[in-house]
Design a protein around this ligand. Sequence first.
Ligand code: MTE
Ligand code: MO
Length: 314
Amino acid sequence: MRILRPRDIPSSEITDESLYWNRREFIGAAAAVAAGLIPASPLSRRERGTGGEDTSERGTVGQADKLTPFEDITTYNNYYEFGTDKADPSRYAHALKTRPWTVAVEGEVAKPKVFDVDEIIRRYPAEERVYRLRCVEAWSMVIPWLGFPLSKLLGDVQPTSHAKYVAFTTVHRPEEMRGQRGNVLPWPYVEGLRLDEAMHPLTILATGLYGKPLLNQNGAPLRLVVPWKYGFKSIKSIVRIRLVREQPPTTWSMATPGEYGFYSNVNPNVDHPRWSQKRERRIGELRRRPTLMFNGYADQVASLYSGMDLARYY
Ligand SMILES: Nc1nc2c(c(=O)[nH]1)N[C@H]1C(S)=C(S)[C@@H](COP(=O)(O)O)O[C@H]1N2
Ligand SMILES: [Mo]
């Protein structure tokens, strides 16, 4: 497997964590607040995770986790609807029209509703969450998302007592998504979570990153982020969220059942059949670092899986 940086980025271009926070506070903050992207009160030092202290409460990460540069987050992507090369999404995703855009929230709920995405953005104020994203291909990034807990949206549609899982669907538009004209995966891309995973406070719907609205290659206008699971669970450009009784099918487990299961929790002790998951390369770094159980969020999520054999339910 090839793991390359998209291109050589001059050091002057690399977005440094402190630089980002300075810019955000002195230049970007007012505009971002006006656009409804971030809350008006700046996050405290503790919440930013810049002090090296325990910031686990909000799922933020410590000083050892330097933010991945914006350039890398937006040019080194997996989004097979636009091609399989890491550079394809940034090349071709502009063809997707992200407005008007609706998201149907339906199924086992008392109050199903078709939302306009701008209504979602207005109704659920975005907070900043700095999360690690660990791809199943053994690379990782640290991304300052803007988003809100999925639990807020689900709470508002009132899941019935029959709701046990949540099924997510990406938009299906072969005219705009050139990869969907081929059969590299079954389309549309679908993903799923158990209801308790979906309701967990770390699980967010993201609408932006680095203080700006999401670019198409990152899943505009609305994508899931589940930081303790491999990146492919974080489905992009969502048009349907359906509460269901049974475990729903997921794209990668349909495509390659022997390699990808429903749970897909980051787990250094369970190898992928074709490679080890013990280590990972942070994009922009040369060294490999150890992969952490549940991607480092074990203290917050391990209890969801108590008593489960995670080698069987991979
Ligand atoms: N619809 C859709 N969602 C997707 C993918 C995809 O191909 N299609 N790729 C997944 C994978 S494998 C990863 S690692 C993450 C990457 O998200 P990022 O490009 O924002 O870093 O998106 C996930 N969401
Ligand atoms: Mo991935």
